[in-house]
Design a binder for this molecule. Structure first.
Ligand SMILES: [Zn+2]
Ligand SMILES: [Zn+2]
Length: 267
């Protein structure tokens, strides 16, 4: 996939993955990610993207005239977690060439007043993005050892808890980290120690006495980052390898999607 720090010709990216090749927000039809581009000609229309002190990247939505609203690309960014899509952030380094920055997660957004290209005041949407890895750092290691007393429904509530308007951006980051952890714990609890793919017992117990299973993201290319409870499965390491590297990985993932969907419907 894309490597952080590596520069790509934008044209080659679209030849390979499709997606709108002119827009700031590009949504390839057949791949589970959205590509967003920063630093092209945005600033002349009052866009100003960039990193904040709290590690959040502000990304201005699309629409060059009038108030921005949640259609097309803006909707795709807002709903990416629910839709199982990753966000790949690219930055222009020279004409036609973009550097891959990172896999990002949208934790919220706010509005900002600025002028559009006709000089009229308008509301812009500013997305708050964090490096996906930052949401999960340390989570993977501690998760299997954690003895959690929350009930399945309590965990599920935490897992789907969405950002509230009143909280600050920094609070939203903390909240997203918690949610990401809650989703993993939730999936493990839902599995009850049985692999959700092959339906057999976890291969061993952790030092803390928990059955060992791994959390796999069903619709993503890689694991990590917040997701929806319906799109993660708790599976044994063998099945996990198979989901990523097996010759039948597509069918195997599809089977797991079905299992998880059924479980969720019957909770
Ligand atoms: Zn298994
Ligand atoms: Zn996985």
């Amino acid at each position: 996939m894309f490597k952080p720090g590596k520069v790509y010709r934008r044209r080659s990216i679209h030849e390979k993955y499709g997606g709108q090749n002119q827009s700031g927000i590009s949504t390839p039809r057949s791949f589970p990610f959205i590509m967003i581009f920063t630093g092209d000609s945005g600033e002349e229309y009052g866009y100003k993207d960039g990193w904040q002190d709290n590690g959040v990247f502000y990304y201005t939505g699309e629409g060059q005239e009038g108030d921005m609203n949640f259609n097309k690309g803006n909707k795709a960014i807002r709903d990416h977690v629910e839709n199982g899509k990753d966000i790949y952030l690219f930055e222009y380094v020279k004409t036609g060439h973009v550097e891959f920055i990172d896999n990002m997660t949208c934790i919220g957004y706010h509005n900002r007043r600025s002028t559009d290209r006709l000089g009229h005041m308008r509301e812009t949407i500013v997305f708050e993005l964090v490096r996906t890895e930052e949401l999960t750092e340390g989570v993977e290691e501690e998760i299997n050892g954690e003895i959690n007393n929350d009930s399945l429904s309590e965990l599920r509530k935490k897992a789907v808890d969405s950002a509230e308007e009143e909280v600050t951006v920094t609070e939203r980051v903390t909240k997203s980290v918690k949610r990401s952890k809650a989703i993993k714990l939730y999936a493990l609890k839902r599995a009850k120690g049985i692999c959700e793919a092959c339906d057999t017992e976890a291969p061993f117990y952790t030092k803390e006495g928990q059955p060992f299973l791994e959390v796999h993201h069903l619709r993503r290319l890689s694991d990590g980052g917040p997701d929806h409870p319906e799109s993660v499965g708790a599976i044994c390491p063998n099945c996990h390898r198979r989901c990523h590297h097996g010759r039948d990985f597509k069918e195997y993932n599809a089977m797991l999607v079905e299992v998880v969907r059924n479980k969720e419907m019957n909770l």
